[in-house]
Design a protein around this ligand. Structure first.
Ligand code: FE2
Length: 426
């Protein structure tokens, strides 16, 4: 006897009409027509049934602060950073918590049950750290929330960042962050990477740096990140986020860089929605796209995930924390429209994000956590095309969000008919 069986599910890997049996919050059996009973059953009716979406790069301390104290008029990264500095003195633990919890409710409704959030530690009060540690605890039954100690104003450039970063880690922040391209010089950027990776190695923590979020083709801090990762035997524990300068780098240099990144088992997180609007702001025409070289990184055997980065904050006014929006934008920017590439874009907001975060028991195999989202689409490709309704969101075998199927009725020539957007091709 199982707690729950999901029947006739289509899986992201293309398997169709599969049953998933769940007991005690775990997936126990996956196969065709499981002959057993359960306390409850869901008939997925051939809908895509996936492990939950993973947002491996987000800023939960700033989210939903749009308009406070004013809107970013230029839409640029630098005005966003200035605006965030204007807002910081007025922040309270309660206000940050309230906004973050509201965002978590949106995430759950969209089927995103794992989030890595950077948290700015360049504020001696560490209000955002305290607020998000409480949010992490409060949301633990529903969302795997990982926090990154992020020195927004520069680890060496900000006078109290060194001390505050250690304080944040002492309080229980999970991951060591950084922003080498924002330090005063290239050399200080290199030093910051070395020092931050050493802290991670000493404490046994992962690293995730905002790295080379620039259109400067000579911003090459990712090379140092790969070097320090190997030197300190942090392989598989280090992520380079953004890496937008790679878009503009010399092609010969990139041919040397990719194997170095692969040798260090670096993870990469691109943030398509934000990269396409914040990068290339100094360009006239032609304008660069700014996102890092996703297909080439994947081709080199490097784990690449897509993050949302921002929702309604000083840097980005739009978004509802839907990872399908992110993947949809990412595959367009990178021209990943081959069938296998569209599937890779879906993986970038599911499995690859879980790899970045090092999540245990993620997936749809026996022994995995019964964390599942069922979408009103037949395949991962259709999910990206339609960005459809999340019919069920399941956490440890319990339904935590449910939305009825959406249908639209046409009334043409005096007759009523349903519109079906679905496609059986994939
Ligand atoms: Fe970011």
């Amino acid at each position: 006897m199982f707690d729950l069986i999901i029947r006739k599910a289509n899986l992201p890997d293309g398997r169709k009409n599969i049953d998933i049996a769940i007991r005690d919050g775990q997936i126990v059996e996956v196969g065709a027509a499981i002959k057993a009973q359960a306390v409850s059953e869901i008939d997925a009716q051939g809908c895509l049934t996936s492990p939950p979406f993973v947002d491996s790069h987000f800023h939960m301390d700033a989210t939903l602060s749009l308009g406070q104290p004013r809107i970013n008029q230029s839409g640029t990264l630098l005005e966003g950073i200035a605006l965030w500095s204007e807002l910081k003195p007025d922040l309270t633990v309660e206000a940050i918590k309230e906004r973050a919890l509201a965002l978590c409710r949106w995430s759950i409704a969209r089927g995103t049950l794992a989030i890595r959030s950077h948290v700015d530690i360049c504020d001696d009060r560490l209000l955002a750290v305290d607020a998000l540690l409480e949010v992490r605890k409060q949301m633990r039954p529903y969302i795997d929330l990982q926090l990154v100690a992020f020195p927004q104003d520069g680890y060496l450039r900000d006078p109290s960042a060194k001390k505050n970063l250690q304080r944040a880690l002492d309080k229980g922040v999970d991951v060591v962050g950084g922003i080498p391209h924002f330090e005063r010089t290239m050399d200080e950027g290199r030093q910051s990477i070395r020092q931050l990776c050493e802290i991670a190695a000493q404490r046994g923590l992962r690293v995730d740096m905002h790295c080379d979020e620039s259109d400067d083709p000579l911003s090459r801090h990712v090379e140092t990140l790969a070097f320090e990762t190997r030197r300190l035997a942090l392989n598989g524990y280090v992520t380079g986020s953004h890496l937008t300068s790679m878009h503009s780098m010399d092609n010969y240099y990139v041919s040397k860089l990719l194997p170095l990144m692969r040798d260090a088992d670096l993870h990469v997180v691109a943030n398509p929605l934000i990269n396409i609007v914040l990068q290339a702001r100094h360009d006239h025409y032609p304008k660069r796209r700014g996102m890092t070289r996703v297909p080439e990184l994947l081709e080199a055997g490097i784990n690449v995930a897509f993050g949302h980065d921002c929702v309604m904050d000083p840097w980005y006014s739009l978004g509802s924390h839907d990872m399908l929006d992110v993947a949809h934008m990412g595959l367009h920017i990178a021209q990943m429209t081959g069938v296998d590439q569209i599937k890779q874009a879906f993986t970038a907001v599911t499995t690859n994000g879980a790899n970045v975060m090092g999540l245990d028991n993620y997936g749809l195999e026996p022994g995995c956590n019964a964390d599942i989202v069922i979408l009103q689409a037949g395949s991962s490709i259709d999910a990206l095309r339609l960005r459809p309704t999340r019919l069920y969101v399941i956490r440890r075998g319990q339904i935590i969000a449910q939305t009825p199927k959406t249908t639209t009725q046409l009334q043409l020539d005096g007759k009523e008919s349903d519109v079906q957007f679905t496609c059986d091709l994939f």
